[in-house]
Design a protein around this ligand. Sequence first.
Ligand SMILES: [Zn+2]
Length: 81
Amino acid sequence: MLSCKETTELLSDSLEAQLPLVQRWAMKMHLVICANCRRYRRHLLFMHKIMGAQKQLRVLPEQARLRIKEKLEESVRRPRI
Ligand SMILES: [Zn+2]
């Protein structure tokens, strides 16, 4: 059984490239029993998604980027009901 440290390292590696089947299987088995690593995985995937969105934002023309930034800031300032 993998340790939490080994699992988190594999989770990070799995974002870069597909892991061998044995490692993926061991990682999944650990995730079944470990809530902390499942939580870590959720955060890692969320951060990965945000980073991907930021990369896409960088290739947009300046005007579009500013408009999106304004909309995001506006949505943060807007009080929630
Ligand atoms: Zn764990």
